[in-house]
Design a protein around this ligand. Sequence first.
Ligand SMILES: Cc1ncc(COP(=O)(O)O)c(C=O)c1O
Length: 390
Amino acid sequence: MFSGAKPIIYMNNAATSWPKPPVVLAALTNSLSLPVFGSGRTTGSQGEDYITLARERLAAFFAVDRPEHIVFTQNATDSLNILIQGFLAGKKNGCHVLTTALDHNSVLRPLHEYEARHRIRLDVIPFEGCSVRPETVEAAIRPDTRLMVMTHGSNVLGSVQDIRAIGEILHDHGIYFIVDGAQTAGHIPIHLHHLPVDAFVFTGHKGLLGIPGTGGFWLKDPDAIAPVRFGGTGTDSFSLLHPREMPERFEIGTHNSPGLAALAAGVTFIVEKGIGALMKKAEKQTLFLIRELAQEDTISVYNGSPDLPIVAFNIRGLQNDDVGFMLARAYGIIARTGLHCAPLVHKAIDGGAGCVRLSLSWFTTDEECRITAHAIREIAYNANSSVSSS
Ligand SMILES: Cc1ncc(COP(=O)(O)O)c(C=O)c1O
């Protein structure tokens, strides 16, 4: 893989995927080559209505029958804030809320803000191995529990959580369930219609192969979430109150239509490749990397059999950011190091020190995996042989 003159191996796709498929880049350029067309807002444009196109493609991709229940936002974090704030707006006396130690700061921080303001009582459910057990969730439920927000896939451990079993337990207790699909959308099949989930969050720039600044959520029952942002929608403009219909209920101002054109193209790319083919390739390459790293007893891999193409590790005697620096400087390998915005995962697996994360995409080649494994083993060998000989 080449970036300008300097070859790089990009292993940071869980942060943001790169490269983007050529069809995504073409959609981006095409969308900017004609004036923006927004249904209901502009007359006489020859351009495509990329916003509706993206909504319809995502509705089909997530197997939901009402495209207008797909809402576009800036990213997963924005979606989570809208959903959490909108749900809690209707709970004037506060309530008990559950989340998990696997979660990202985009879930943990909004919830901890509410807890710090005494608006909710919060419990964080621990994980065992790489997963949150449904029985542990059930044991944490209290009479005043009204909401659970949790990640579908861990961005550090690459483990997909059993949201079906957890959702069934929550719904038996009348608890609202928001799922953060930032790491799973585009990587595994997700049929929301058949899942006990009330709201599902996605981001455009990771597995869905779109660009930063795009994302959204699917919402089963719009009335469960109060709108918390208001403004122009291009519809019902004489009304000085914001429309309550979907999707305008939650969408404000001018859309990122180039971004949504790119997102629609990313989804189509995945559908055409076939998610099964993507998963097969991802599994083969991820297990190869894990097997290779496990050959060195100085390397600790924290996720032996991930569901997503993510490998989390540390090398004995080295700081994770030093390993990242060596990988980048000596080998041109771009990994992510540190806490990955998931501090509670690291508290549990590495005492809070953080680790190195490799994350793959459809464009990762077998050769890149081979070079990466070799580089990491070499760094581990050199570090530990110099320690033992000094
Ligand atoms: C599990 C998880 N949730 C949420 C996010 C935030 O995504 P975004 O950058 O789209 O806000 C990330 C991205 O790092 C993530 O890994």
